[in-house]
Design a protein around this ligand. Structure first.
Ligand SMILES: Nc1ncnc2c1ncn2[C@@H]1O[C@H](COP(=O)(O)OP(=O)(O)O)[C@@H](O)[C@H]1O
Ligand SMILES: [Mg+2]
Length: 328
């Protein structure tokens, strides 16, 4: 079932025009001039129930704007958005009950009161039945190790602790969809892992649908099978990570640990689409074009000249592939 549908959506912001010279600038104080900034430019995508999708793009490419439109905070300038068959801006209350939002820079908790009291308030706001609230609270406290944090006000928590509590807050009402905008920004590895494991578990067990933006490709690779890449407000790629790898990964890299690479260095043939690198006498590194050469051919060739002790094959990671797509 399609849960999120975005059709030809554009969002423009009105921004006060700044000017180059002082006289104009002073004039603008009394008669401000505006210009339109197109943050999202005619985008289309849909997301099925249970999917976890990575929404990737450079700073200012329109990711947060898209999420704000999906949550109903912003109205599109053009186009249609349907979330669970509703127009989010028109039915905000109903929409809010079904979604969770986590952003790296805004909190769902109250600064000065113990975390548990913020959670209790959310229970009332969302009218979460007690048995569900208590079950979720127990489970999430365990998974995100919140035991010692519940009685502490948010202002006394570290960044990682605060994010773990915010994640809990966003999931207490069993949302169907959760939007995560930079959920791990600035966090240490332990907090990142704990958040990733939590999201993965909820996605698998409750079939919750996720849309995640992150600078950290490890988040995306750990959590998402599909990515949507946005640049200057336009979607430039929408595909499964594995397909993107297959399509854009032209080269692979094999490192052989060998007894001695000298015989090969002296006699190996020159092959099209293959580059041999001999940095040290115990290694042969081979970069090859996957279209034209098979790994087996390379392995056979090296084993003709050297005694192979170990082999590791690696592809390029998704971060490099995306960066090639964006900046070439
Ligand atoms: N409230 C706003 N008023 C004017 N321009 C904005 C506003 N919010 C974002 N923008 C502009 O819209 C573009 C997209 O921003 P944003 O959606 O925040 O990108 P991202 O989340 O990908 O970094 C940027 O050029 C940004 O400067
Ligand atoms: Mg953003």
């Amino acid at each position: 079932m399609t849960l999120i549908k975005v059709e030809n959506v554009t969002k423009e912001y009105k921004r006060k025009k700044s000017s180059q010279n002082l006289k104009e600038e002073l004039l603008h104080i009394f008669h401000p001039k505006y210009e339109n900034v197109r943050a999202v430019d005619n985008i289309d995508f849909s997301i099925e129930e249970g999917e976890a999708v990575g929404y990737i793009g450079p700073n200012g490419s329109g990711k947060s704007t898209t999420i704000k439109m999906l949550t109903g905070i912003l109205t599109p300038t053009k186009g249609n958005i349907y979330v669970n068959n509703r127009i989010p801006t028109k039915e905000r209350r109903k929409n809010n009950r079904e979604i969770g939002v986590v952003t790296g820079n805004r909190s769902l908790l109250f600064w000065d009161v113990p975390v548990i009291e913020s959670f209790n308030l959310l229970q009332k706001m969302y009218e979460i039945p007690s048995h569900i609230y208590e079950k979720n609270l127990r489970e999430f406290t365990e998974l995100l190790e919140l035991h010692s944090l519940l009685t502490v006000p948010e202002r006394q928590l570290s960044l990682g602790q605060r994010m773990r509590c915010n994640i809990t807050a966003a999931f207490l009402h069993d949302p169907k969809i959760v939007y995560l905008d930079e959920p791990t920004i600035g966090l240490d590895t332990k907090s990142k892992n704990s958040i990733r494991n939590f999201i993965k578990k909820i996605n698998e067990e409750k079939k919750t649908t996720f849309l995640i933006t992150s600078h950290d490709f490890q988040d995306i690779e750990a959590l998402c099978k599909r990515i949507i890449v946005i640049d200057h407000g336009k979607i430039i790629l929408d595909n499964h990570i594995e397909n993107v790898r297959k399509e854009f990964e032209k080269y692979k890299h094999i490192v052989f640990e060998v007894d001695n690479n000298m015989p090969m260095k002296l006699a190996a043939p020159i092959m099209n689409g293959v580059k041999f690198i001999y940095n040290d006498c115990y290694y042969v590194e081979v970069e090859y074009e996957i279209e034209s050469v098979e790994a087996k051919t390379i392995i056979d060739l090296v084993s003709n000249y050297c005694q192979i002790k170990d082999i590791s094959i690696s592809g390029r990671d998704i971060e490099h592939i995306i960066s090639d797509i964006l900046y070439k």
